[in-house]
Each structure stands twice: as C-alpha cells, then as structure tokens.
Design a protein around this ligand. Structure first.
Ligand code: CAA
Length: 283
C-alpha cells in the first residue's frame, strides 16, 4: 500500500517531531491539537526546528518552505478523513487514547492504518475499540524524533502482515531503522531502559555515587551520548514514573518498582528539563 498522507494526533514534543520528519521526507501531513494555542505552539516549534536545520546547512530555505507547506494544522478530527496512516501522539492516558482510536476509526477511510506512539500502554486495548484491529499497531519513536534513528513498531496479536510491512516501509522512508517488538509492557527498548534508569536513581538515592559520577561513568565508560540521570531529566521524571507504574501495573514484576526518590521528586514538581529542575538544575 502506498502512503501519501500522514495524520498525527497531537503536536507536542513527539507529535511535532513525527510531523516534521514526515513532511521533510515528502509526505503530506495533517497534525491536530485540542486548541489553537497548543497548535500554534507546536507549528512554531516545527518551524524553528527546520530553521535550525537550514542554519546548520542540512537543508535549504526552499526545502524548508516546501516541508512547512506540506503540514496542515487542524483542530478538527474530520481532516484525517483521507490520511493513509495516522499516528496518535496524545498524552499517555489509555482511556483518552481509546477515545481517540474510536474517533479515528469512525472518521478515517476504511484502508487507513491507525497507530499509537505510546511508550508503554497496551496497543491491543486501543485496537480493540476499532473495527479494524488488523490495521492497528504501535509506532514508537524516540526523542528527539528528528535525531533518533530508531522506530520501534509494535505488533499486537491482531496486527496484519500488510499493515506491519507498510509501516516498516514508511519508517525506512523517514530514514529510520525499524525493529519489531511484541505488544508486551515496555516493548523492547523501554523494557531494558527503565531498569537501567531505576538502578541509577537508586544508586544516587542511597549515596553510592554522586550524580555526576554516575552520568560521566556511563557516558565515557560505555560511550552513551548522555548518562542515565541526565537522560531521565530529558525524558521527564513524570513520564519515567508513568511508564514504570504502567509496566508494573501490567506485569507486577518488582523489577519495575519506581524508586521512592523518583515518586517524591515528581510530587514536588521536579520533572526534569521541562520544569527547570530534576536531578540537575536547568534554570
Ligand atoms: N531536534 C532536531 N535536532 C536536534 C534536536 C532536536 N530536538 N536536539 C539535537 N539535535 C541535533 C543537533 O542539531 C545536532 O545536529 P548536528 O550534529 O548535525 O549539528 C545533534 O542533534 C547533536 O545535538 P547537540 O550538539 O545540540 O547536543 P548533543 O550532542 O548533546 O546531542 C542529543 C543531543 C541528540 C539529545 C544526544 O545527547 C542524545 O542522543 N541523547 C540521548 C537521547 C536518547 O536516548 N533518547 C531516547 C530517549 S527514550 C525515548 O524517547 C523513549 C521513551 O519511550 C521514553
């Protein structure tokens, strides 16, 4: 199946990244938000990201204008009518996502693929509210979307082969390397990433090592772009806690028990970079 038009639900950090890379690689894009203020903010961020690419000589002004011209912002779900593939990138709330999937199923043309960018929630639960379970899968992108080279596709027990193949071709056309994960809590990457983050937070909490020693150790000793505490600040402590609680709720596996410090920091509003304070200060 040939894809021409991509829909993205949500123009937050992940949604706008998915919209940007899709437009840059030649797709027509419709991206929605819940109000004009959020939509304007998201579109301005895409514009700024593309301007940065021009300033760095990665694209020309003309290419930037072409890419921006391919993105249509909307507040109306009906604009997803003629999309070939839609990625839902709303906040991590299963009930909200199920409602969005029910709406998309009603609005989108029969052959359209519906996907979710969830980092931890059960994809089959979203597929089950539609009449096209075989056309539903997870498309888990990584932050920052324009930079990160991976797309983790999540296959439910109902995802059809053609759906998976089409999504895989789409991912490759965006310049991503595609892996296929089962619809199990944490998929592949977060199932490994979260216990690693937990260990770093517990080591810091117990005073085993200073935050800088943990981060520099991993960064230089394992050649990671950033250490685990800096990464948790970037992902967001609230998001990290949400993912842990979601995986724990589904598996009851004690490996995914959130550290007490993480819970307390989130309660205090220390969400990491986005709030100006996490394991480090960003003010
Ligand atoms: N959008 C577009 N480009 C960006 C960007 C953004 N938001 N942030 C950085 N870049 C680009 C820069 O323009 C720069 O490009 P050039 O090399 O061509 O000049 C390049 O990325 C490097 O950026 P910087 O020099 O500014 O900074 P850096 O070298 O410290 O890299 C980083 C920043 C890319 C974020 C890097 O530190 C990194 O890769 N960190 C790890 C990120 C990671 O692990 N992400 C996954 C998080 S987990 C997740 O997303 C899944 C989940 O479900 C929780």
């Amino acid at each position: 199946m040939e894809l021409k038009k991509i829909g993205v639900v949500g123009c937050g950090l992940m949604g706008r990244g998915i919209a940007e890379v899709s437009a840059k690689t030649g797709y027509d894009v419709v991206v929605s938000e819940i109000n004009k203020e959020l939509l304007d903010k998201g579109m301005a961020a895409i514009n700024q990201s593309l301007s940065r690419a021009v300033a760095k000589g990665k694209m020309t002004d003309v290419e930037k204008t072409t890419a921006m011209g391919k993105i249509k912002g909307t507040l109306d779900m009906k604009d997803f009518l003629d999309c070939d593939l839609v990625v839902e990138a709303a906040v991590e709330n299963l009930e909200l996502k199920k409602k969005i999937f029910a709406d998309l199923d009603r609005v989108c043309k029969p052959g359209a693929i519906l996907s979710t960018n969830t980092s931890c929630l059960s994809v089959i639960d979203m597929a089950a509210v539609t009449k096209r379970q075989d056309k539903v899968l997870g498309c888990h992108f990584f932050n920052p979307v324009p930079v990160m080279k991976l797309l983790e596709l999540v296959r439910t027990i109902s995802t059809g082969k053609e759906t998976l193949d089409t999504a895989s071709e789409w991912g490759k056309s965006l310049g991503k390397t595609v892996i296929v994960a089962p619809d199990r809590p944490g998929f592949i990457v977060n199932r490994i990433l979260l216990p690693y983050m937990i260990e770093a937070i517990k080591m810091y909490e117990c005073g085993v090592a200073k935050r800088e020693e943990i981060d520099v150790g991993i960064q230089l000793g394992l050649n990671h772009p950033m250490g685990p505490l800096t990464l948790t600040d970037m992902v967001g402590l609230d998001t990290t806690l949400f993912i842990l609680d979601a995986i724990f709720a589904e598996t009851k596996d004690p490996t995914f028990t959130a550290p007490v410090l993480l819970r307390k920091m989130v309660a205090a509003g220390h969400y990491g970079r986005k709030s100006g304070k996490g394991f480090y200060d960003y003010k």
